[in-house]
Write a protein that binds this ligand. Sequence first.
Ligand SMILES: Nc1nc2c(ncn2[C@@H]2O[C@H](COP(=O)(O)OP(=O)(O)OP(=O)(O)O)[C@@H](O)[C@H]2O)c(=O)[nH]1
Ligand SMILES: [Mg+2]
Length: 468
Amino acid sequence: MVGAQQQADREACTIAAIATPPGAGGIGVIRVSGSGARDILRRLFRPQRHDELQSHRLTYGWIVDPVSGLAVDEVMAVFMAAPNSYTREDVAEIQSHSSYLILQQILALVLAAGAQAAEPGEFTKRAFLNGRIDLTRAEAVIDLLQAQTREGLQIALSLLQGSLQQRLTGIRDALLDVRAILEVAIDFPDEEVEIIDPAILGRDIREKVSLPLEELLRAAEHGRLFRDGLAVVIMGRPNVGKSSLLNCLLREERAIVTEIPGTTRDTIEDFLNIKGMPVRIVDTAGIRENAEAVEELGIRRARKMLEEADLVLLVVDGTQVPTPEDLALGRSLGARPGVLVVNKSDLRPALQLQEFREHFPNLPAVAVSAKTGAGLEGLEEAIFAKATGDQGGEPAGHGCVPNVRQRQALQVALDSAGRLAGALADGLPPDLVAIEAQAALDQLGEIVGESTTEDLLDTIFSRFCLGK
Ligand SMILES: Nc1nc2c(ncn2[C@@H]2O[C@H](COP(=O)(O)OP(=O)(O)OP(=O)(O)O)[C@@H](O)[C@H]2O)c(=O)[nH]1
Ligand SMILES: [Mg+2]
């Protein structure tokens, strides 16, 4: 109960944070939410004209330290009366010059005036707790902030508009209908036979629950790469052109390239957009025996990266016949998806591409020149094809792509729906059948945040940045 009381106290207090990232910029924003927001703004903000603060009206003026009477910054301020605000509470936002010193000073005044420092994601958590958005939309806000490609952004926007919530509402309504019928049958055991028609109920469960759930799971699988992206690791012997390949894919001189083997000592990573798929690409130290100490550490790091890789680009030097080290690296990939990159195609090749393929039978092979950029498109195609497998290109489901957490709950709900249909077909008593209906409902309730534990909420909202 102490926990519940603490939580209620926290929800009752007014919170504040700097909502813009640190660093130089045009403006910075301090956000305040809660019943004290209006008073705090009144105490610190001196409008240029002595107007009363009007809700949702941007007003020009100064932030003045109420103790010293000194001006802190020239700002625009807005007050948004509940419930028409991001959190559904009274919200004040102060737009100051974006100097971190000024922002810190204003925040300190806001806190001294009675606000508490907000936790990461607390504004969005309040929007959720106050019923403005469900949990799928709250999570979409994180996706929106973290999206790396237009496709990822489109998925986030679709979820923010409630695409998943709406589909779940349809499925939950169907389950509620089933549960209602079962409850009537529980209350009137003598008429159970007339009340429950297993054939009709079974068909409803299949069409209105199981099939839509399967469709959502397919969309999750299909859109996974576009929402979560792909980790690609570049591996190979020293000097084969791994760092050159990274630079070439990024179209910038990101990593140091020299003709000295063992140039790259540490892992270097960056982001790429391959046909809408966010790709985290990692260049690693060239792998060889008898490396000196620092290089050896880099090699260990490179091997470790392998474990995190969704896909490996194994780079070999096309001017040389594959060495035993190249072949050993090929074998070390095991069943992991990979692409063989035969580099330096601008020089005289030692073998035909087909002959390279024969040395690495499990890998599709692409010839490129990291120096001239030749073959780069083919490599991007190969990465895309390998990553998407037989799924083809587009993120499906009109952007309604559930995330990992939602996917797990959808799968459990689908399993419950299967057991529900089975229990009906087997003619089990309605109270037992109803348990499965409830189990499926609970899972769907967890996705939208109706039956979600405080721990889970904390985990979700802690992924946000401060001020969101
Ligand atoms: N002609 C030609 N030279 C290349 C190509 N790619 C890389 N090189 C050269 O090969 C040498 C090694 O390139 P890097 O990119 O540093 O190779 P690396 O695999 O990262 O090497 P380590 O970091 O030492 O493991 C440099 O002299 C590059 O200029 C290519 O496609 N064609
Ligand atoms: Mg390198």
